[in-house]
Design a protein around this ligand. Structure first.
Ligand code: HEC
Length: 164
């Protein structure tokens, strides 16, 4: 386990379209507040599930999440395929937002905390460690909203790691 701390430092510079999304994000502050009301849990994200027509605010947040995902995550992740990291389809069903936000900001810290799921995942994908991201909670929620919509657009759910 000596290697855990090592790769924790790589702070990924967001690519150009992520910067654009960041600018858009400021304008979105109000829309996002309503999308993310009840900031403590994943209920908002999950509640998107049975509402196929998304509101304009949600559509804008999802578009921002799309750009953030492509700029920061897509080199290692796809929704339905394992790339460098696990397929992210069905993520909203297996991990709460309260776990995902700290994970995406600094996965090594979550692994180092002894979190059972994180340790298993890290061991399973130890060839490549996920970098840390200087994204805001709001930006991460936008990425998660995008991933949920993508997950629901068909295809099978995959499980990254089995507990028990
Ligand atoms: C350099 C490659 C890389 C990049 C870039 C990357 N990840 Fe990862 N990600 C991984 C790896 C590898 C894992 C598996 C865990 C480990 O090895 O630490 C992982 C695991 C995850 C998990 C847990 C998946 C599960 O099924 O439980 C989530 C969520 C995740 N990444 C989200 C993201 C998001 C969101 C971004 C962009 C902001 C991102 N990742 C960028 C490599 C990457």
């Amino acid at each position: 386990m000596g290697g855990i701390f090592f790769a924790a430092t790589g702070l990924v510079t967001p690519l150009a379209d992520a910067d654009a999304a960041r600018a858009a994000t400021d304008k979105l502050a109000l829309a996002e507040q309503s999308l993310c009301a009840g900031s403590g849990g994943d209920s908002t994200i999950q509640s998107l599930e049975n509402r196929p027509p998304v509101s304009p605010e949600q559509a804008v947040a999802i578009a921002a999440g799309d750009a953030l995902f492509k700029g920061n995550c897509a080199q290692c992740h796809a929704v339905n395929d394992v790339v460098v990291g696990p397929a992210l389809a069905g993520l909203h069903k297996r991990r709460p937002v309260s776990w995902l936000i700290p994970w995406i900001k600094n996965s090594s810290k979550v692994v180092a905390s002894g979190d059972e799921y994180a340790v298993k995942l890290f061991n399973q994908y130890q060839k490549q460690q996920m970098p840390s991201f200087a994204l805001s909670d709001q930006e991460i929620r936008q990425i998660l909203a995008y991933l949920e919509v993508e997950s629901n657009s068909g295809m099978t759910k995959t499980s990254a790691v089995a507990l028990n």
